[in-house]
Design a binder for this molecule. Sequence first.
Ligand SMILES: [Ca+2]
Length: 306
Amino acid sequence: MTAMKKGDKDHGQYVRKVQEETLRHSKDLLAENERLRTRVVSLEGEVAALELERPRLVGELDRVREDLRRHQALQQELKQKLELSQAEGLRYSESYLGIERQNANLANLYVASYRLHGTLDREELYLAIQEILSNLIGCDEHPVTQVTYDDASAFASWAGKVLPTEAEWEYAARGGLEGSIFAWGDEFEPHGRHMANTWQGTFPWQNLCLDGFEGTSPVSSFPANGFGLFDMTGNVWEWTLDWFAEYPPGDLKDPVGPAQGVYKVFRGGSWNHAVEFARSRNRFMMPPTNGIYFVGFRLALGHKVP
Ligand SMILES: [Ca+2]
């Protein structure tokens, strides 16, 4: 055996160390290669599956695009309908104003005729007044109608109260049921029960009176809502404090009417209008100087001045 020098010994140790590290590195590379190969196989499988799914996904994308296009068209159509219905509402109010003017003209003609011909003696005048009063017999519990907004507002001031704003009225109408269609919920006739006085039948010639009333009904003929308020739906519309203006789109919290306007808003539907007018959110309007046989009012306590 040849005696090993120190330099030879160090060199042998260095070579073994390099061999061990190379072997370990080689094993690591093998493991990493195996992992990568497995990953390649997996990804190839996913790509193949996606390729198979591609026609279905493209088809679904086309369908969703088509649905979106259809919904956008529908939304546009509904917007136009809404604008038309609001314009129709204004025309409707104008037509009532025309009828009121005609009635006023007829009344003036009537009085003028009596004055001209002198046919109204004391007895006839008494009978005429009795006839007018007889229409009110038995109506003590019915809501007042034929009052203008100005009348209602003057009465409220005299009584130390106010007319409710639209927002206050709508909040009161729902009786604590947030977003409900009517004062008692979403179903107009729950379990077939009439909950309000509206018009049934084909307006204006067929008044079926299925709710038991041909005209106005005594207040509290139907159940109160959650706040204990009667007739928030139907019977007579009710003047509110607000001037009319179209609401902007989207949800609104306590919207306030404009400072000035042409029409005052009334709410709630009436015995003279079908169910679709009776929704708590529905609005109608006419000039504040108009009084008509299906519009009345109710008072609110008003705001306390600090
Ligand atoms: Ca009725």
